[in-house]
Design a protein around this ligand. Sequence first.
Ligand SMILES: Cc1cc2nc3c(=O)[nH]c(=O)nc-3n(C[C@H](O)[C@H](O)[C@H](O)COP(=O)(O)O)c2cc1C
Length: 169
Amino acid sequence: MEAINKRRSIRKYSDKQVEDEKIDKLLRAAMQAAGSRLGSEPWEFIVVKDKNTIQKLSEMSPNAKLVSGANVAIVLLANMDRVHYPLVWQQDMAAAAENLLLEASYLDLGAVWIGTAPVQERMDYLSELFNLGENIRPFNIISIGYPAEGQENKFLDKYDETRVHYEKY
Ligand SMILES: Cc1cc2nc3c(=O)[nH]c(=O)nc-3n(C[C@H](O)[C@H](O)[C@H](O)COP(=O)(O)O)c2cc1C
């Protein structure tokens, strides 16, 4: 639970390498996500450490610029061959993405979700970059590294009681 409370979006990273064991744990956490029967857990992942490719990811759109400072980026993809009901794929993918972010917080890594789907332009950019087939849809990029000095996962109370309704709205 501590990992949930202290998770923050971290956008600046140190030069420290993210260990392969930690990358493995991030992927395992993502794949432990709840997945709907209709979406059938469509997730696949591209782990990117190559600096040139990381640079290309950062050029996807203005919101992706910060990826250029990442040590690792993971691109989340949905394989639509596994999806039984097209409208649910993004819900399954979001569950996997959040699990990955929480594991990053648990491992004292910094990470942030880079919005991609449903913006067609961004999805097309990634499809072209990785030469993805029609059945593979890019969902988002998660930018990862050890937090730079002054950046840290820390508790920020986001609880708002006015948003909670008991028994009726
Ligand atoms: C669907 C989604 C898309 C997001 N896209 C971006 C993005 O493109 N760039 C970015 O810096 N942060 C992005 N974020 C991170 C949010 O800005 C961040 O979660 C929010 O400001 C709350 O801050 P916190 O994560 O530290 O609690 C995204 C988050 C979500 C859930």
